[in-house]
Ligand binder design. Sequence first.
Ligand code: GUN
Length: 302
Amino acid sequence: MKAERAMETQKEQAALINGRAAAKAFRASVSAHVDALIKAHGIQPGLSVVLVGDDPASAIYVRDKEKKAQRAGINGQTHRLPKETSQDDLLALVKRLNADKDVHGILVQLPLPDHIDTDAVLAAIDPAKDVDGLHVQNIGLLAAGEPAMVPCTPMGCMILIRSVIKNLSGLHAVVVGRSKLAGKPVAELLLHENCTVTICHSRTHNPAHIARQADILVVAAGRPKMVKADWIKSGAVVIDVGINRLDDGTICGDVDFDEAVKVAGHITPVPGGVGPMTIACLLGNTLIAACRQTGVDVPHIG
Ligand code: GUN
């Protein structure tokens, strides 16, 4: 009887989507393909990450990217520049990396200091090396449904969604947030999978009402615990892109996890959900970029 009741209680909780495990498996696949590329062609993928300034969160992300790249056999290098670096100096570095044949992927960590024009810097990156998928050429290709460098966080979201739903066709996906890094591209990718897609943003009237109709709810709003239980349809797949640090030092997502877990069917935790997938997909994009730039067939990753 006790066990039955425990089972019932368990059923009332959403299943967790384990981003750490999915990312580990994806990185292992990247690593195996990198090994093969080195052995068969003598090509080691190279990734250059550029960090300007001393934002503590960015410093942690960048260190993790460098470490995981190296573990996957990718030559990961970080260029750390002081926060007062001029735009011209940053553009000159991007130009140098564009011309370096051993560098296959370039990522300029965002946000950049206020005196730098982010769009100008992103536009200066060679689209073939734009492993972030933020160059307008890649944004356009993605919108057109043509092969593009796909931004890492949206790609990670899709892998996690596909791990629990095999056929997305006809499902209603609601994306909360319309950023270039997450909201807009994830909406494009869901559309490519034949979802009916609605995007909610800061000006949307009654977003909770719209979100409640979602079979798949992707939240990339940048607001801690914004999405409450009454935003979620029973059984929905909830993907939380947010990473917020609260005053007490704890990390939380844009979804109020403790509430949402009682309503959703599947949910990503924060930390341990989308975050690890972002880096795994960055490594995948670097491998793809290296293959394309050297005329080697792009392998299937994952
Ligand atoms: N800052 C936070 N996430 C990202 C990302 O995916 N790419 C870049 N370039 N900067 C970021």
